[in-house]
Ligand binder design. Structure first.
Ligand SMILES: *Cc1c(COP(=O)(O)O)cnc(C)c1O
Length: 459
């Protein structure tokens, strides 16, 4: 097969689509550290997590041993509405860069929510429905996760309550209307509906909200409303498990043509798309079967991998969620305004954090203006208007392809193109007007967030 001309888009047939998710934790020698109760500093048990999360999702969260998890039929059926996603050979980009490198990207923006987040939204909504729940609550910042969850809940007939960071609620009315069209209720956060929202509003009248605050409100509503649970779109082990469908499809497509990647690149916010994309490749690496260079790209304004600390920390600013051991900038760290809203989380997936700590992957940071320069170049060359988040991966893929042009090496570069940027046109407008700036936190600024890390468990 390897002599065949590689098509622009490698698709899989329905029969070729993955039937199982792959749990990379099963192949990790050093497992990710468990979630910890902030009060007792002991690992969270399934019973501790039950008031917040759905039962089956808790089981997936805690399961470090099962390698393959069958994807339920209903979820496979939903996946078939928008999957398989294409693996695109970026012939036009290669030509424009005059590089001998072969560049491939896995495009996850071909659904209404515009990102990969739907892969986990449908899974989480499915298990909530199966448990007989009435609905789920969540937070959304930029809006991709809330949109994906609304779509999944509409499909399954589940109620969906989204707490949307107030500034985004006001700045992205179109995102909000997409969610409402799919039947979700969307509340600007902080709101007067919750105790934590009322408290924050009393202390900071006029605040435009934060992701941490919206998480706290969504968790409060889930735990105080019978028949509701809270769901989260990134960071958690279960989310990486669901997102492994991205990497599995990529690997099947590459194998069809005998292509072996040299470098795999993805943007990293909470780590779910990157964790999903690299899962099967990382599995081979962990089992000693093959080696790959794996690169995480994060914004220079929110550099958890490259400048953070590997420690237990809160996942939310309200400090009500369990502690996770991860590369973090501190739950109190407030990233300066950056248009890649999906990459503004202070922490990183515990799975990826452990893998990075153990030397299985690299991380680099990229500045916003350089990222938009790559985004514009990509849009004009490959035709797709990329999300600012995804453009971090584009930037580094282009950098690596340029290095190949210098050395003459024909490396295979694979990157994750997580979504489209139609709701990010204010950012593009700033870039086009030349008014976009770069914000890189100083060491002193980072020290403030890191000083707020909680007491560390002793085990
Ligand atoms: C949310 C989002 C990301 C970042 O989240 P991860 O969990 O790190 O994958 C990246 N790209 C897009 C388009 C997103 O919506």
């Amino acid at each position: 097969m390897s002599n065949e001309k590689i098509p622009y888009k490698i698709y899989l047939t329905e029969e070729e689509m993955p039937k199982n998710w792959y749990n990379v934790r099963a192949d990790m020698k050093v497992k990710p550290a468990p979630l910890v109760n902030p009060g007792t500093l002991q690992p969270m048990t399934a019973a501790d997590l039950a008031p917040v999360f759905c039962d089956e999702l808790i089981a997936q969260e805690l399961d470090n041993d099962t390698q393959l998890v069958p994807i339920p039929e209903e979820i496979l059926g939903f996946y078939k509405m928008y999957r398989p996603s294409p693996l695109v050979r970026a012939y036009c980009l290669e030509e424009k860069l005059d590089t001998p490198a072969h560049i491939y990207y896995k495009f996850e923006g071909n659904n209404t929510s515009g990102s990969h987040k739907l892969n986990s939204a449908i899974a989480q909504a499915y298990y909530a429905k199966k448990q007989g729940l009435k609905g789920v609550t969540t937070e959304t910042g930029a809006g991709q996760w809330g949109t994906a969850l609304s779509m999944a809940c509409a499909y399954l007939g589940l109620d969906c309550k989204v707490y949307m960071v107030k500034v985004s609620y006001e700045q992205k009315p179109f995102r909000r209307e997409v969610m409402r069209t799919y039947g979700a209720s969307v509340t600007p956060s902080p709101s007067m509906e919750t105790g934590v929202g009322r408290k924050i509003l009393a202390e900071h009248p006029g605040t435009t909200g934060s992701l941490g605050c919206a998480i706290s409100e969504a968790v409060e509503v889930a735990t105080s409303t019978p028949g509701y649970r809270y769901v989260l779109g990134s960071v958690l082990n279960q989310v990486l498990l669901h997102q492994s469908v991205i990497g599995l499809e990529t690997k099947i497509a590459l194998d069809k043509y005998g292509i072996v990647p040299d470098i795999i690149i993805g943007c990293a916010g909470g780590g779910s798309n990157l964790g999903g994309l690299i899962s099967p490749f990382m599995g081979e690496k962990l089992r000693g079967e093959r080696d790959y260079r794996i690169i995480a790209v994060e914004p220079a304004s929110c550099p958890s991998f490259t400048r953070g600390k590997f420690a237990y920390d809160f996942c939310d600013t309200g400090m009500i969620c369990p502690l996770a051991k991860m590369y973090t900038l501190g739950a109190g760290f407030i990233p300066s305004p950056n248009h890649a809203g999906g990459l503004r989380f202070h922490g990183m997936s515990p799975v990826l954090s452990q893998l990075y700590h153990d030397g299985y992957m690299e991380a680099v940071s990229a500045e916003q203006t350089a990222v938009f320069e790559a985004a514009e170049f990509f849009a004009r060359t490959e035709g797709i208007l990329p999300a600012p988040e995804s453009s971090h991966a584009i930037k580094v893929a282009i950098d690596e392809a340029k290095k190949c042009a210098e050395t003459g090496e024909a490396k295979n570069i694979v990157f994750g193109l997580t979504g489209t940027g139609y709701f990010d046109l204010v950012a593009y407008e700033q870039y086009n007007n030349g008014t976009m700036t770069d914000h890189i936190p100083t060491d002193e600024e980072l020290a403030v967030g890191l000083a707020g890390l909680p007491a560390q468990p002793e085990f």
